[in-house]
Every structure is written in C-alpha cells, then in structure tokens.
Design a binder for this molecule. Structure first.
Ligand SMILES: CC(C)(COP(=O)(O)OP(=O)(O)OC[C@H]1O[C@@H](n2cnc3c(N)ncnc32)[C@H](O)[C@@H]1OP(=O)(O)O)[C@@H](O)C(=O)NCCC(=O)NCCS
Length: 312
C-alpha cells in the first residue's frame, strides 16, 4: 500500500516585506537581491502569529480540503526549525488547536523537514494502523534572523503549508524517496549555542545545496523507476532562484515544469515545499518530484504519482 496527498492548505502572514522595505534600512538593493536570489518579497509574522497559529490555520485548511474532520486524523507531524518554545513541541499546541485526537510530534530537519515528515507519515500509513495523517511545515524564521544582517535578512520569510496523507493503491501516491544528512556540515548554517540569530556561510551552503538536490533527486528517480522525462512537476525547496536553476539544469528538468515561488515568499524553510505545492497545477496521474535541503546539512526527496481522492 502507498500513500497520497489528498488535502492541501496554507497560511501566510499578512505583512509583506518588499526589497524596497529592506533597502530603506540595510546596505542592500532590490537589484542585488533579485539578481543573486530571485526574491522580491517575503512574509513576516505579525504580533499575533506564532509557528503554532500558522500551522493550525494551514492544517485546518488541509483537513477541509481532504473532506475530513479533525477526528479522522490518526497522526500529526509538524516540521519546523522555529518552534515557539523549546518545550513542549509545536505539535502539542497544534493538536489542541485543531481538536485532534492522535499522536503528535515535531520533526527537526530544517528545510528538509516537510519531506522528512511526509515520508515518515506515508511509511506509518503503509503499516495500516492509521488511515490518515496530517503533515505540516510551519516557520516563523524572521524571529531568528538578525534584522541588521543583510546576508540573511533578505533571504528568509514566514509561513505554513499542510497536507493530509491517506492510503493509495499501489502505483499511486508515494513512489520512492530519499532522506539524508551530512552532520559534518552543521557549522555552515546554524544558531550556535547561546546565540540568538541564524549564522550562515552562504557560498558553502549554495555549493552543497545544488549537489544535494541533484543527488537526492537522482536517487529518488532511480528508486521510483523514473527518469527526469517522467516528471510533470518539480517542486524544489525555495531558497534561491539560482540554486533551483542550477539543479534543474543538471537534472535536465525544464523551467516550465519547475515550481518557483521564492520571488513571493523567500525561503520559508519547512513551509517552502507545501507552499510551492499549493502553486502546482497538478492533476491526477501527474508525477511530482519534491526535493529539499537545509541545515544539518539534511536533504530529502520524494516522487509522488498524484491522486487526490483517497482510496475507498
Ligand atoms: C547568500 C547568497 C545569496 C549570497 O550570494 P553570493 O552570490 O554567494 O554572494 P557572496 O556571498 O559571494 O557575496 C558577494 C558580496 O555581496 C555582499 N552581500 C551579501 N549580502 C548582501 C545583500 N543582501 N545586499 C548586498 N550585498 C550583499 C557580500 O558581503 C559580498 O561582498 P564582498 O564581495 O564585498 O565581500 C548565496 O550565497 C546563497 O543563496 N547561498 C545559499 C543560502 C541558502 O540557501 N540558505 C538556506 C539554505 S536552506
């Protein structure tokens, strides 16, 4: 048995931070940001937004989209790098906020977290004990970015995206996946102990990110019995337009089949792939390839043959 995405929901904070807003107080320019990253604007959590509140809004929308009610959900996974507090997990607040009656835990795999959560949920569904799972990627990254550090401030944004995963017949839903981590690179993207803000070696992250996306995607394609030509929609983690372009080039996936929303949202970490999925004009039978990378370094990819309706 496999697992398919049968519901999708998103939540984005109202406040838009444009490149012009950043130009006004940082030594940067719209031209530099667009040319080096492709980002034009990003969202920023308001005073009443939390990682949990964004996750709850996205999760409620996904449950509704799947035609389910909270009691139908048998497992909750929240992927986040920006929990509102260290203890308890964000998923506990989300479980309560959504009125779920099921197990709940967080996944901490940075920008790969959503794909890690999706693969975990799908594997548990395949065991047959649960009939549906809710996987949410939610972040309030701007709270962990030094507002005066131009090298990170321009890149990151806030938001949440959620999917409901339910059993699918063999050949539909999740076809193959790859999860990985190279913990020798923890230092290139981190909030060091006792520090408040994200610190990043941008060039090194860039170099490794392209390689990670290409290699994990190739492994998932091979395990799924697919080639790049079979991919209808490539949904990469949205960190930088140039990383996406370089990866697509090496994977031989054309731009027309690649989903990009980094211009509108910047890098929303674990929320990035589900937010991009919401922008994907996918139809039943299409093959979607998701690929993420992030702090750790972690990477994750999954190939899915789309089927919106759950198996009855
Ligand atoms: C951060 C990133 C956009 C920088 O782009 P780059 O082309 O590598 O630029 P460099 O780091 O070589 O910096 C070039 C110059 O621009 C400057 N610069 C950095 N940020 C700037 C900004 N916002 N505005 C203007 N100049 C900036 C640098 O200080 C540097 O100046 P110098 O040459 O005088 O030292 C790019 O490296 C990147 O996207 N890396 C991956 C980051 C990422 O995806 N992180 C999340 C992973 S999940």
């Amino acid at each position: 048995m496999s697992a398919a995405i049968t519901g999708l929901g998103t939540a984005i904070p109202e406040r838009i931070i444009t490149n012009a807003d950043l130009e006004a107080y940082l030594d940067t320019s719209d031209e530099w940001i667009v040319e080096r990253t492709g980002i034009r604007e990003r969202r920023q959590a308001g005073p009443n937004d939390t990682t949990a509140s964004l996750a709850i809004a996205a999760g409620a929308a996904a449950i509704k989209d799947a035609g389910l009610v909270p009691d139908d959900i048998g497992l909750l996974i929240v992927a986040t790098a920006t929990p509102d507090q260290a203890l308890p997990a964000v998923s506990a607040f989300v479980q309560d906020g959504l009125g779920l009656h099921c197990g709940a835990f967080d996944v901490s795999a940075a920008c790969s977290g959503f794909a890690y959560g999706l693969v975990t949920a799908s594997s548990l569904l395949a065991g047959g004990t649960i009939k549906s799972a809710l996987v949410i990627g939610a972040e309030t990254l701007t709270r962990f970015i030094d507002p005066n550090d131009r090298s990170t401030r321009v890149l990151f944004g806030d938001g949440a995206g959620a999917v409901v995963v339910q059993p699918a017949p063999d050949g539909m839903g999740l076809l193959g996946w790859d999860l990985g981590c190279d913990g020798s690179a923890t230092h290139i993207l981190q909030i060091p102990p006792g520090k408040k803000w994200v610190e990043m070696d941008g060039r090194e992250v860039f170099r490794r990110a392209v390689r990670a996306v290409v290699d994990t995607s190739a492994r998932t394609l091979e395990r799924s019995g697919l080639t790049a030509a079979d991919i209808d929609w490539f949904v990469p983690h949205q960190a930088n337009q140039r990383i996406i372009d370089a990866a697509c080039d090496r994977l031989h996936i054309p731009a027309e089949r690649t989903i990009v929303n980094v211009d509108r949202f910047g890098n929303t970490s674990a929320a990035s792939i589900p937010l991009a999925l919401a922008d994907t004009p996918v139809k039943d039978g299409d093959v979607v390839l998701l690929a993420g990378f992030g702090a750790g370094m972690t990477w994750a990819s999954a190939a899915i043959r789309w089927q919106k309706e759950a198996q009855s």
